[in-house]
Write a protein that binds this ligand. Sequence first.
Ligand SMILES: [Ca+2]
Ligand SMILES: [Ca+2]
Length: 493
Amino acid sequence: MAVGMDVVLAGCTLIFAVYSVTAELPRKKFEYKLSLKGPHLIQSDGSIPFWTHGGNAIASDQSIRVTPSLRSQKGWVWSKNTNPHEHWEVEATFRISGRGRVGADGLAIWYTTQQGMDGPVFGGKDQWNGLGVFFDSFDNDGQHNNPYVMVMLNDGTKQYDHNSDGQHQQLGGCLRDFRNKPFPVKAKIEYYKNALTLSIHNGMTNNKDDYEICVRAENVNLPRNGYFGVSAATGGLAGAVDDHDLVSFITHSMTVPVTGAQPEGKVSPEDKKKFETEFDEYWEKLQKAQEEYKQQHPDKAREMEESQAYEGAYERELRMIFEGQNGIHRVMNELHRKVDELIGRQASIESQLSARVGTPQYQQQGQPAQLPASDGMRRHEVDSLLNSQRDVSNMINDVKFLVSDIQKRSAQAQGPGGGDPFASQQLLHQIRDNMNELKTDLLSRPNQGCPPVQGGSCLTPAYFFIFMGAQLAMMIGYIVYRNSKEAAAKKFY
Ligand SMILES: [Ca+2]
Ligand SMILES: [Ca+2]
């Protein structure tokens, strides 16, 4: 129980601390009847709850296209309810996008006593009573100062001067490009204690807090019970028309915190002591009551203890998600560490390599350069390795050449035009066999000399072999000749 008490006391201290810091900040309350936001922005009949839209405005489930990017369009959306709050803040989120380098005409956010539907001021009525915040895309006065954001107050008498872009009528403004941004542009208007602040989120990031103050003015008197509205208009130039899309309009009322006797909102030490004593007394009473209840209802007390001992399905699910995420986190950290390690190793290898490549092979006097002793291999070892590798590659090239030569020759011998090599070979073998047979036959006979042939001469073996050799040569020549002829003939076909 002591631990619980500590926690509660710490909580109280924190609340006091927060209270002392936030005491001066107004309290905000979301006003749903003065707000619109997708999804489900429209009802089944196409109307927007608590809002009315008209002109060329098209409401969809996600946003309102206040004007489409066509010539001479006007659209508007106005709250049906008036704003009864003295202090308020609105945040309008919108996109202004077009294909042209220059856009037109612009968008306006209104807080006026009347719903200024269908007028010449960015789709709103002129001579309004209240506040107009204009996002003026088109540079009517040619001062090269648009797109421009400006605040203009009106008491119902002034006419907006389009030709000068209201330059001399504005309460304040800032040069901001709000067209064609990656994220929607936001405008926050705060009206608190008669101080008007306009902040712009330029739509370059998705961070909702990236606001910059555009205008801040004190002593501004806006009418009570006005309507909020957004209107837009395109111009007459076909090349300079924009889509004006309102994504959301969020209204908060603000109340000034009651500070009472403590103007700075701080709790006096006496009060603090009093609160703490009260809290202690209350805590003791609560503990006593709990004990009494447990004594009177032992069954319920056991149930309570059991319910504390076992975790519910929801707690278990939460714990499992938490543990799972912790596990993922650990693994990610480990992966991160390993990737770092690998990158480090790679960098060291790269630096070693570049150091080796960068070292000159020979010094100026032609002496071999000495590499650091820490190197695993000396320069000459590397050179000899490279040389031997080069030799091997040369040898491989020679072998390749030889093989291809052999292939070429064999293709010539066996390929088209080569006839039937097997038949030629057989013929040669047959001739050789015949010759051998003849030889053995001749040798087996005794030297008989010449047979008595009349009037004829005698054929000696020498003559015979010469004759046969000549015949053989002629035959081989004939075969080669025939092959070459056939090859020549094939080339033509
Ligand atoms: Ca203009
Ligand atoms: Ca201008």
